[in-house]
Design a binder for this molecule. Structure first.
Ligand SMILES: Cc1cc2nc3c(=O)[nH]c(=O)nc-3n(C[C@H](O)[C@H](O)[C@H](O)COP(=O)(O)OP(=O)(O)OC[C@H]3O[C@@H](n4cnc5c(N)ncnc54)[C@H](O)[C@@H]3O)c2cc1C
Length: 270
């Protein structure tokens, strides 16, 4: 049975620049890293491999240079690395990204059943948190998001129990396999590659799947299959904050002041 980690290559956010003319990210000459949340997805898939004997696969969609990202996964110990790369996949929004990744997982499942898919909770560039759930829905997998602990996995009953980290509380959830799980940083501490594994990874194969392999309708993928588009990209600019009243000693008066300000700025209808 396969455990798949979806990993995305993202620009190192400490080096990101925005082209003022085109309003797009300047991608030339900037270093790329594995999306930080995906390093935890990858780590968990390797722990599943060690604990339960899964075959571990790393999957990514991106331009040809994404091969370097997948080689990092091979150096950590995945058995297979698959890159979905084709001009037809370019310009994809989250809908067509999840379509391609789901189809790749379906194709992988022709070799052996896919029991678990791990994704990061979100990326640090697109930041939408939509791709994991998009994959799950397309494959009909159980969907467990924001997981910070795997509580139990029972192959006999084909069930997995996890802890979800929500705002101010935890939730223990049980679901049927196959399942797609999005992970938060607290789940584990990613390992580092050893030198022998790095050397082995340099010689290992990264499989490249184009749309000839996935056979998706060309009108439903890439830019053509993307109903959303980025109209403008810019760094957030915030005005200086303002502290209103004394919320500690006079909460009612402060709330009143806040309401008056919001109404005055036309931000609240009364
Ligand atoms: C019209 C349009 C054009 C775009 N063109 C480009 C472009 O040319 N190049 C570009 O880089 N971005 C492009 N984007 C952004 C692109 O849509 C998103 O980066 C992508 O769909 C993933 O969404 P996200 O980053 O919000 O992922 P999230 O939904 O936040 O990711 C959640 C998790 O899903 C998995 N995941 C997400 N993406 C991938 C992937 N590609 N491979 C493997 N796993 C993944 C990871 O595990 C990740 O942690 C474009 C967007 C639009 C709307």
């Amino acid at each position: 049975m396969y455990v798949v980690a979806c990993i995305k290559q993202v620009p190192d956010t400490t080096q990101v620049q925005i082209d003022p003319v085109t309003n797009t990210l300047v991608r030339d000459g900037i270093p790329f890293i594995v999306n930080p949340y995906d390093t935890h997805a990858l780590e968990e898939s390797l722990r599943m491999k060690a604990r339960y004997g899964f075959k571990a696969a790393a999957l990514s969609m991106g331009p040809p240079n994404t091969e370097a990202t997948l080689r990092k996964a091979l150096a950590l110990g995945v058995d297979e690395a698959i890159l979905c790369s084709d001009r037809a996949f370019g310009g994809a929004d989250t809908l067509s990204t999840s379509k391609v990744l789901a189809e790749a997982i379906r194709k992988l499942g022709q070799d052996d059943e896919v029991g678990l898919v791990f994704c990061g909770k979100q990326t640090i560039d697109g930041d939408t948190a939509q791709v994991g759930p998009g994959i799950a829905i397309r494959l009909g997998f159980s969907q467990l998001t924001l997981v910070d602990r795997i509580e139990h996995l029972d192959f006999l009953s084909r069930k997995i129990r996890v802890r979800r980290k929500l705002e101010g509380r935890y939730e223990i959830v049980e679901a049927k396999l196959p399942a797609m799980i999005t992970v938060v940083r607290e789940l584990n501490r990613p390992r580092y590659p050893t030198v022998p594994m790095r050397l082995k990874a340099a010689r290992s194969e990264v499989k490249v799947w184009s749309n000839n392999d996935l056979k998706l309708d060309p009108n439903g993928i890439g830019l053509k299959g993307s109903p959303t588009w980025v109209s403008r990209i810019f760094s957030p600019q915030r005005a200086a904050g303002e502290i209103i009243g004394d919320g500690l000693n006079d909460p009612t008066g402060t709330a009143k002041l806040l309401l008056e300000k919001l109404v005055a700025r036309d931000m609240l209808a009364v």
